[in-house]
Design a protein around this ligand. Structure first.
Ligand code: IVH
Length: 690
């Protein structure tokens, strides 16, 4: 059976198989699946449909289940599913993972070139130049072509074993491909960089903010945090990728130069970057540096410079290494997007969840083409650590689209300094008490705090919450600023005439918004709980609470212990829920809502009432209004199953932009396809029936 070039579509009944047969098929499937993974992720040339891939994968899963004696950690079925760890084990690297000498100025690069020429005796030494990826540096070890383990760089000598998390990265091969008739090395330790694509990073942060979770500061932190995560399931749903750029040690095979090795990498299935080049002159390198620094913002991953490496291994050996860095390589960093400016004041901003953030007000300055007049200082500890005060000169930096940040204070000896910053004990917006949670200060004002109110109402109206069409950011700001709405209950007292007073409103639009608000008088408990915007209560937690407690009254009365006893609900969530319902102001708002006739429906204890119970959805192509995950979560929460392939059991195939082969599959077997508009209608209809 040729699982690579002609994988079977029909399989023998597992019950009729003996061990030998099963073992042979399992091995064939594993090899085949990894090969198709390689075609898909590395070559970008899939040769089988997603449906067939899924079929092979499921067959392998079923066989491994029926013959557990053949289970193996390097099976593609084991990419996800490893158990959470207590801690990450330490591992000593095969060889020390060195760092790079870095240069910022052209002169330093010229010096490096001179040094290389003098010490190699070559007039035109060959260099390989590569982007310097700004991710997490890792070592991956393959034995006889099989993934053995992977580790973070750590201190260069000893890192942490992150094998289970690494295995969740789809483009990382679990076995090396055997191409161009070369044998596989018996041992291979390679170095690479794990990164999170920028667009995925933005999406992830947006989701985190929606779920009341702390966003990551930049893609590198997101990648590093994910890789050092103890539960591989949590790593599995993060979109990470990896580039390889160095051989740490190899046995059973040899290369003469770095370029030769880099060319071999993709044939093994190890992804390399397409910007790698070979040059012989400073001018070429200089041009490359310039070009990449211009392209930098358009790349899908963060880079912070280029790396120049002498190509020839023998010459490298002759030059040797310093204590922590090789003499034959140099990182040429890009000029940072940084500027020095005057810090005029530090103010405290209150976010939607009540978090107080110190913000630096700056004398406006151009940083990499963008005028910056505010920069975040994150939290009080950061302000203390950096010791910045009004009147100080500070260095600020902007990384891509990320919010500008105050990096450091520039010392000005002899200059009289301003007052030290401290967090206010009362909310600067509403005067409520401020309490501390870890490194953060939170305004206890809840729904009555004006700063929080705008954010709250936007959240209350959002799609997964009350879904009030037409109540967007701009309108909410007007409503709050004109004092037409002081809490979410006031939304229901707005008349059409009131709405006509808003900018840009005419009779029809006012009527529409009025109707949209009134349509939410009756609401499901889980949606309502989520809509309240309680800290740490995202969509999922709201659902857990609703299912467990079944009525708003029960949740109001719930104790910390009662809440804690629910699986997946920890002390932080229960604390936050209890606090929310204890708050007098919140109680008042809830009472008002009740008096205005808002009806929060009890949840039925059985799952039978779930609108999509028993249905199967398949998604293909991208939707405009939802990320793939949002759409999947939405239908799953209502009882549906999401499948990755179309079968006769599929109820709906939701077709977005640029659909894949699943659309064809659906047509072939006459499964109902719906577009995004129809999908929205379906959701609306079902949620109203609830
Ligand atoms: S080569 C001995 N190549 O930059 C040379 N490093 O201190 C080993 N990095 O954390 C490094 N892109 O992880 C090399 N194309 C590239 C790189 C790269 C990013 C990282 C590396 C290390 C830091 C250098």
């Amino acid at each position: 059976m040729d699982y690579k070039n002609n994988p079977p579509r029909q399989f023998k009944d597992i019950k009729e198989m003996d061990k030998k047969e099963a073992q042979r098929e399992i091995e064939g499937l594993r090899e085949g699946i990894e090969y198709h993974n390689y075609l898909y992720y590395i070559k970008n040339q899939p040769q089988i449909s997603d449906a067939l891939y899924d079929k092979l994968f499921r067959r392998l899963q079923n066989l491994e289940k029926a013959f557990p004696e053949f289970q193996s950690p390097d099976s593609p079925t084991q990419r996800v599913g490893a158990k959470p760890l207590d801690k990450l084990e330490k591992v000593r690297h095969t060889v020390a993972m060195l760092s790079l000498n870095a240069a910022l100025e052209e002169n330093e690069v010229k010096d490096f070139e001179d040094f290389i020429r003098r010490n190699t005796g070559q007039t035109y030494p060959v260099y390989v130049v590569e982007p310097k990826f700004d991710g997490l540096s890792i070592e991956v070890v393959y034995r006889d072509g099989f993934f053995h383990y992977g580790a973070t760089r750590g201190d260069g000598e000893i890192g942490e074993d992150i094998s289970s998390n690494l295995k969740t990265i789809s483009s990382l091969p679990l076995r090396l491909q055997k191409m161009n008739h070369r044998d596989l090395p018996s041992f291979l330790a390679v170095r690479g960089e794990v990164y999170m694509p920028k667009s995925d990073f933005q999406k992830l942060n947006k989701d985190r903010i929606e779920r009341n979770e702390e966003p990551f500061a930049n893609p590198r932190n997101a990648a590093a945090g994910t890789m050092r995560q103890l539960d591989p399931k949590k790593a599995a749903d993060k979109p990470l990728d990896i580039f390889f750029y160095d051989i740490l040690r190899i046995e059973g095979q040899e290369f003469n130069s770095h370029w030769e090795a880099l060319k071999q990498f993709p044939s093994w299935g190890l992804k390399t970057d397409k910007h790698n080049r070979r040059f012989t002159s400073f001018e070429q390198i200089q041009q490359y540096h310039h070009q990449l620094s211009e392209q930098r913002d358009e790349l899908e991953y963060d880079i912070d410079g280029i790396v120049i490496k002498l190509d020839d291994y023998k010459l490298r050996e002759r030059l040797g290494t310093r204590q922590r860095s090789p003499r034959w390589a140099l990182a040429w960093k890009f000029p940072p997007k940084q500027e020095v400016t005057l810090l005029e004041d530090i103010v405290v901003q209150v976010g939607r969840t009540g978090m107080l953030t110190p913000v630096a007000l700056l004398e406006p300055v151009d940083v990499g083409g963008v005028t910056v007049s505010r920069a975040t200082l994150h939290n009080e500890d950061e302000v203390k650590r950096k010791d910045v005060r009004p009147g100080d000169k500070v260095r600020i930096a902007r990384a891509g689209d990320v919010i500008p940040e105050v990096m450091e204070r520039i010392d000005q000896p002899g200059k009289k300094r301003g007052k030290e910053f401290s967090m206010p004990t009362k909310c600067p917006v509403c005067g409520s008490d401020v309490f501390r949670e870890g490194a953060y200060y939170i305004c206890a004002g809840g729904l009555t705090c004006r700063a929080q109110l705008i954010g709250h109402i936007i959240h209350y109206a959002s799609r997964n919450a009350m879904n009030i069409d037409g109540l967007g950011d701009k309108i909410v700001k007007q409503l709050v600023n004109k004092k037409m709405v002081q809490d979410i209950a006031d939304l229901y007292t707005l008349s059409i005439d009131d709405l006509l007073k808003l900018e840009g409103f005419a009779q029809k639009s006012a009527e529409n918004l009025y109707n949209a608000i009134q349509a939410t008088q009756k609401v499901r408990l889980d949606r309502f709980l989520f809509a309240l915007g309680i800290r740490h209560v995202g969509l999922h937690v709201a659902q857990l609470l609703a299912r467990q407690f079944q009525s708003l009254d029960n949740i109001r009365k719930a104790s910390r212990e009662g809440l804690d006893s629910i699986r997946e609900i920890g002390p932080q969530i229960s604390e936050s829920v209890v606090r929310f319902f204890q708050q007098k102001e919140n109680q008042k708002v809830l009472e008002k809502l009740e008096q205005l006739g808002i009806e929060v429906e009890d949840m039925a204890p059985s799952k039978e009432k779930m609108p999509f119970q028993g249905m199967t959805f398949v998604f293909t192509g991208s939707l405009e209004g939802y990320s793939r995950k949002e759409a999947q979560d939405l239908v799953e929460e209502w009882g549906a199953r999401v499948s990755s392939s179309v079968s006769s059991e599929t109820d709906y195939v939701v077709v977005g932009e640029n659909p894949g082969s699943k659309l064809e599959d659906a047509r072939k077997i006459n499964v109902r396809t719906i577009n995004e508009k129809e999908f929205n209608e379906l959701i609306q209809k079902r949620s109203q029936n609830q």
